[in-house]
Design a protein around this ligand. Sequence first.
Ligand code: GLC
Length: 446
Amino acid sequence: MKKIIVLALAAVLAAPFIRAQETYTPAPENIEARKEFAKHRFGIFIHWGIYSMMADGEWIMNNRDLKYDEYSRLAAGFYPSKFNAEEWVKVFKAAGAKYITITSRHHDGFSMFGTKASPYNIVNATPFKRDVIKELSEACAKEGIKLHFYYSHLDWGRNDYFPLGNTGHSAGRPEGDDTSWNHYIDFMCTQLSELLTNYGPIEGLWFDGVWDKRGKDFEEQGKIWQIEKQYKLIHSLQPACIIGNNHHHGNFAGEDMQIFEKDLPGKNTTGFVEDNVVSDTLPLETCETINNSWGYSMDDDSYKSKEDLIRYLVKAAGNGANFLLNIGPRPDGTLPEESVERLLAIGQWLEKYGESVYETQRGCTGEMPWGITTQKDNVLYIHNFSNCGAVLVPVKGNKAVSAVCLQGGEKVTFKQVDEGIVVSFPACTGDCPDRIVKVTFKKDLN
Ligand code: GLC
């Protein structure tokens, strides 16, 4: 009896999440797109906008309490004379990235694409007049790189963004009325239609800013933002488009991936995560900055080392997630050399050891004191980040057939014990952020 009550209670508590998932049936092409997306394992996040001119990150308007009337004048001076979409995409491809996610509109409300919904956009409000998103979409199509759009729900400038949320209070905008919010939602729907109509196939949409209206229960937040309406619109225009939302929560119905900001799935070192649910059906993605900033920041030289970035990519894969690595291009349209150097180093590493990352799945061991594993069918890739000369891999009920070191190509010894298998690691010569041994098992590991 007690057990039944506990089970019933668990069902009631889980109900909102389950209900949300039940109201959406992804189209067959969406299911296919999810599978393809999960194979990518590496993407480049790009935060670029008129805020880049201020060289202090994308939150500058809010953080420095800038008035919208003053801030928006940046647009008339935005002229990224050195921007070359093809050059960018070639760097991303050489980095081994399979997709990019670019800010089409951030919280400052400026659209980096040509839109009829507002004159505050790169084509109409800058002397540059070029639709950089269009140019990027064409370069991506040419190079076989998939395109995703970051799109901010939150807006710090528009008058119809009313009632206000937790941020954007110093813009100096007049208060709206009862009609404002629906007007704002309609504006976003118009822009989303443009983004999904004018730029070819869009692999994913990455929403951000729902948390500006925090304080309400999650389902309630979904209603405020009219999430269902927006997601239906997106899927009606491009059924395969993968929707993700950086709301730091389990998923709303209609979402096709789960996003983790500056954390690996299930972790909450940032304190952003509201409920620590990790989906076991949707593709996962972890995003992180290459230094400490999303948008270009002139004095941020806290660049992560290429070794740390490679290990983070491997850890994301070992946790079943893609790694979306952010860079902030300069206002002149160039990519900071420190970023390019690291991207190319990751690319060279992936060129050699990509088989242990691309198209792999979460490793059956989870994180281990010495590193992590990734797997594909009956193959387990053991990623040893430590100095250990031998590691115990707790895989039971399966027999290892062979073990090879990916770095040198030599066979390594292994021993089956009660707790799993003990694999020896050759000493590493040269540049070696991750020693990898590929173990082939008799049976599939899934
Ligand atoms: C946060 C920030 C935003 C950034 C995003 C990327 O939500 O508000 O500026 O775009 O993280 O993950």
